[in-house]
Ligand binder design. Structure first.
Ligand code: SF4
Length: 323
């Protein structure tokens, strides 16, 4: 079809979108480890929640495992821990097995781990706002002995949770939550337990907040919104929800262009497009190309924040390689 014969489509591209500094660093750690130590480099759990990224690293020689005992005991190749963080027992287990490990935990997740430890040392029971079963939640709860942290997932949980000692409480959160939902949950906790100690600075990270803010601005002016991201990616799921709540009912999470359900998306004149923090830009471009095959597309970027955050690599990868 020539462009003249295609219906016009405005694509509003949310910015910031896609890779955050923590994801960027985690991928770089695996790539640099492969360069420096050769294949295989073991990676415990998906390094970030994105199939495309995982497959790309697998092709370069990364071997993904769920647990350390899947790694042959005689193998001295490095093992990388994912950006989501791991329970304390995991590095301890790696050390006991004399494994060489590199920790790709996002520094903003590590910050929450440290907060949890400080609260625990000060005798506070911790309420963690997050999603059960998410690797970050498993990692954060695993920083402290069993029973030290209680998970609260919803406002209803916050209304009914019964901590041991109401006077000695603190709350922390997963980094990739919905800003709005968390506000409501924390309001319920604070109303019920006025002495509860809050984080110094929000635990929801800058990347999650910025991506949600951009979606909130774009969603009211589009007929449909697509979020490029994985179904097990918390921050991507939240972006879809934020779009729906901000007035765009046709909001979909897709892994890549081949997932677009054209019937569900329906006819569109204005489309919003964003990507979760673990989705590479190439998949966003693929979606634009798919629309360009059916529509005469004009792309406009809607930027609500500039991001300049970057994190240092682990020391082992900053030092020059031994000759
Ligand atoms: S989403 Fe936030 S916490 Fe998670 S890896 Fe990215 S910067 Fe770190």
């Amino acid at each position: 079809m020539t462009d003249a014969a295609k219906p016009p489509l405005n694509v509003y591209l949310c910015a910031p979108r896609g890779f955050c500094a923590g994801v960027d660093r985690a991928i770089q750690i695996v790539e640099l480890a492969l360069e420096r130590y050769g294949a295989p480099v073991y990676v415990r759990h998906e390094i970030v929640h994105n199939k495309y990224v995982v497959e790309g690293l697998r092709r370069k020689g990364a071997v993904f495992v769920e647990e350390l005992d899947e790694i042959p005991p005689s193998d001295r190749q490095p093992v990388v821990f994912s950006a989501h963080g791991v329970p304390k027992a995991v590095p301890a287990d790696a050390a006991a097995r004399s494994m060489f490990y590199l920790d790709a935990t996002c520094p903003l997740v590590s910050k929450v781990h440290r907060e949890a430890e400080i609260h625990h040392r000060r005798g506070r029971h911790i309420i963690l706002v997050g999603h059960a079963g998410h690797p970050e939640v498993i990692g954060t709860m695993g920083q402290l002995p069993e029973g030290a942290v209680t998970l609260v997932e919803t406002e209803a949980d916050a209304e009914t949770v019964e901590p041991r000692d109401e006077a000695n409480l603190a709350w922390i959160t997963q980094t990739t939550l919905s800003v709005d939902d968390t506000r409501a949950i924390v309001a319920a906790l604070t109303r019920r337990f006025p002495a509860i100690v809050a984080p110094h600075k929000d635990d929801i990270c800058y990347a999650t907040t910025n991506r949600q803010d951009a979606v909130r601005v774009v969603a009211p002016k589009v007929d449909a919104m697509l979020v490029v991201g994985a179904p097990n990616s918390s921050n991507s799921q939240r972006l879809r929800e934020v779009a729906a709540r901000a007035g765009c009912e046709r909001a979909f999470l897709i892994q890549r262009a081949s997932d677009i359900d054209w019937d569900a998306v329906g006819p569109v004149a204005n489309l919003g497009l964003t990507a979760g923090a673990s989705a590479p830009e190439v998949l966003v471009e693929e979606v634009i190309d798919a629309f360009a095959a059916r529509y005469a597309v004009t792309v406009e970027e809607v930027r609500t924040a500039d991001e300049t955050v970057s994190f240092n690599l682990p020391r082992e990868l900053r030092q020059p390689a031994a000759e």
